[in-house]
Design a protein around this ligand. Structure first.
Ligand code: COA
Length: 160
């Protein structure tokens, strides 16, 4: 049976932490929909098109990856995309507290969609998109946190 997973985030921008989770999710699913969520509390620096381009260029050749934009509930977006598995990356106990609560509420709303947690690799568990943007804005070296194509996008965004 073919399994479709849904991996949501802001991806503003995609980091090596996200890439790690995307790559490893193919041990669980055959097809992955990366959902770029419109968050009420976050104003993205990169447009949907720019984020989609970065995701496709970085992970497009890993497996069957598609990119969609969504607003509203994660479970609804996952179902609409035909996914039966929600993939979440966990970096810390703090992430777990929040994720476990969200997973339980999602399960009550849609028990046919299972959430699977993947622990972030030690090499990437400290990365955050906000901090990468901050380093880029202040002229620091962020090469250890993002892939080459994202680095180019960050350079051109913050050179403006
Ligand atoms: N490695 C490194 N960094 C990681 C990571 C990993 N494996 N996984 C996540 N991160 C980072 C991200 O870069 C992000 O950093 P930032 O806060 O500096 O931008 C941070 O961790 C949080 O990422 P994530 O948990 O994916 O949240 P998000 O804010 O990017 O995602 C939505 C936003 C819109 C996808 C999410 O809020 C959502 O699903 N909303 C839908 C509403 C809903 O269904 N709510 C639940 C009701 S029960």
């Amino acid at each position: 049976m073919s399994r479709t997973g849904f991996y949501a985030g802001s991806f503003d921008p995609l980091t090596l932490g996200h890439e790690d989770i995307i790559q490893r999710s193919f041990s669980i699913v055959d097809r992955l929909i990366v959902g770029i969520g419109i968050s009420a509390s976050k104003k993205p620096v990169f447009s949907f098109e720019e984020r989609e381009r970065m995701i496709k260029a970085s992970v497009g050749d890993i497996g069957h990856v598609e990119v969609v934009q969504f607003s509203g509930l994660l479970v609804n977006a996952a179902k609409q995309a035909g996914a039966t598995t929600i993939i979440r990356g966990l970096r810390s106990a703090q992430d777990y507290e929040y994720e476990a609560q969200m997973t339980a509420m999602n399960y009550v709303m849609a028990s046919d969609v299972e959430t699977v947690f993947l622990s972030a690799s030690p090499k990437t568990s400290f990365i955050s998109s906000t901090l990468v943007r901050q380093i880029a804005e202040m002229g620091g070296d962020y090469s250890g946190f993002v892939s080459d194509n994202v680095m180019r996008e960050l350079k051109s965004k913050f050179a403006k």
